[in-house]
Design a protein around this ligand. Structure first.
Ligand SMILES: [Zn+2]
Length: 256
């Protein structure tokens, strides 16, 4: 089947978990993850690093057939134990989005739902990722939703997340991930002005040449996805639920 775009897959935690009711898209069993990666290998998907993928989406490179990007939000410590060995086995690149103000801390936003707060990677662990072809992107300073925030807070959450991460890991940070997927045109402008070349949302869909590189759709792989569900998302679940934002669309609307 022909896919003319890039499947950007969204993962959070990979490991072994008791079945949960809430946040099911934030958990992936390591056995299932392993089977999903094996399927991508077997079906000869092209797993792109985020720099290559964003160059494709900017029109600088052709999108290869069966293109996939693997993204991991929040930079959980369990990535190192469970996801990384599987990615290394297949030689797959990935991007991990870290919260600049919570390095070495915990995912405290689970608290409000009475759930455990898993630990997040510290700067040394993030630097370790770079040695394994895993890029580090920014996921805000404090992990707050960005839609509707005033300029100065946007700048703090977005630009500072970049400068702090770059300083801590000693490498350029060019890719952003909106916490909770929350974004609007001012947030996208702040991401652009901070020098990021791509930003991912939680809107479902296939990223293609029509996507704004600063509001890319993704597909969440959930706790309940067996291999059939995974394949269904890859091949068929391509239609966005909502229209995706575009910065240039906003400009043309304003000038009209
Ligand atoms: Zn997050």
């Amino acid at each position: 089947m022909m896919i003319t775009g890039i499947n950007i897959l969204m993962y959070h935690q990979v490991g072994r978990f008791e079945p949960m009711r809430l946040h099911r898209a934030s958990f992936c069993d390591v056995g299932r993850f392993s089977a999903q990666m094996a399927m991508l290998k077997y079906l000869r998907f092209n797993i792109l690093d985020i720099d290559t993928a964003s160059a494709c989406l900017r029109g600088e490179l052709a999108i290869p057939p069966r293109a996939v990007v693997l993204t991991f939000d929040d930079a959980y410590v369990n990535f190192l134990e469970y996801a990384l060995p599987v990615l290394r086995r297949y030689g797959f690149p990935a991007v991990v989005y870290a919260i600049a103000g919570k390095l070495g801390g915990v995912a405290d936003w689970y608290l409000s739902d009475g759930m455990k707060t898993p630990p997040l990677m510290d700067e040394a662990q993030l630097r370790e990722l770079l040695r394994h072809d895993i890029a580090v992107g920014a996921h805000g300073l404090t992990h707050r939703g960005l839609a509707g925030l005033p300029q100065d807070i946007l700048k703090q959450e977005i630009l500072h997340s970049r400068t702090i991460l770059e300083q801590k890991i000693g490498a350029p940070v060019r890719h952003f991930c909106y916490p909770y997927g929350s974004h609007d045109l001012p947030a996208m402008r702040a991401v652009r002005d901070a020098g990021f070349v791509s930003a991912v949302t939680c809107e479902r869909g296939l990223a293609d040449m029509q996507s704004d590189p600063l509001a890319l759709p993704r597909k969440a792989i959930s706790f309940g996805d067996d291999l059939a569900g995974f394949a269904w998302k890859l091949f068929l679940k391509n239609k966005p639920k909502h229209p995706l934002l575009r910065l240039d669309g906003a400009v043309s609307k304003k000038s009209a």
